[in-house]
Design a protein around this ligand. Structure first.
Ligand SMILES: [Zn+2]
Length: 176
C-alpha cells in the first residue's frame, strides 16, 4: 500500500483506496502488541471533497491484534474494527476548525501519510479493557471480585495505615 498520497487529487477523483498493511509498517501499533497475530491490516479509505472543498476521508481499518490480558497477562487476540471519519487538514489551525463530529487528520502539505493514519486509527480503536476467555483466568478473576467486598474480607487483613506512623514515632522518641 502506498505510503504518501496526494489527498486533494484523490478527493477530486473520489478515489477508493484499498489495501493491506502489516504490523512492520505500523511502528506504534507494533509497540503495544505482545505478538504479531499474522493477520493483515485491512484498510479501506474513500476520499471525497465536500461543498467547502475540504477533503473528507471515510472508511474502515480492520485487523486482529494480540494484546496482553489485563488479568493474567497472557496474550489474547482481539478483533479491531475502526471506523474512519475525518477531515484532512494541513496544519493545526485548520485542525481547530474541523467540526466536532469529524476527526482532524493531519497531513504534511499536499501529502497524507497513510501508514501513520492507519497507525493512529488502530491506537484509537484499542479496547479500554483487554480480558481473555480462558476459563482459569475468568475463575481467578471471579474469586478476586468476591474478596473485594468489604464484608467478606477479614478485618485483620486490612492494612492499618497508622501502624507505620506509630513505629516511626517510636523511633523518633528513642532518638531524643
Ligand atoms: Zn486472562
Amino acid at each position: 500500500m502506498t505510503r504518501q498520497i496526494d489527498y486533494r487529487r484523490r478527493a477530486l477523483d473520489e478515489v477508493l483506496l484499498e489495501g493491506y498493511l502489516t504490523l512492520s509498517e505500523l511502528p506504534r501499533t507494533r509497540e503495544v502488541v505482545v505478538a504479531d497475530s499474522g493477520a493483515p491490516v485491512d484498510v479501506r479509505l474513500v476520499f471525497n471533497e465536500d461543498a467547502q472543498r475540504r477533503v473528507v476521508l471515510t472508511g474502515r481499518v480492520q485487523t486482529t491484534l494480540v494484546l496482553a490480558c489485563q488479568r493474567c497477562l497472557q496474550p489474547t487476540e482481539k478483533a479491531i474494527d475502526a471506523d474512519v471519519a475525518g477531515i484532512v487538514v494541513a496544519g493545526d489551525e485548520a485542525a481547530a476548525a474541523v467540526p466536532r463530529a469529524w476527526e482532524p487528520i493531519l497531513a504534511e502539505g499536499d501529502m497524507l501519510d497513510v501508514h501513520a493514519l492507519v497507525d493512529d486509527e488502530l491506537l484509537l480503536a484499542l479496547p479500554m479493557t483487554v480480558q481473555c476467555d480462558r476459563p482459569q483466568c475468568r475463575a481467578a478473576y471471579d474469586n478476586d471480585t468476591e474478596q473485594e467486598t468489604p464484608e467478606d474480607r477479614p478485618a485483620r487483613e486490612k492494612p492499618n495505615p497508622f501502624a507505620a506512623l506509630a513505629s516511626l514515632k517510636r523511633d523518633d522518641d528513642r532518638s531524643r
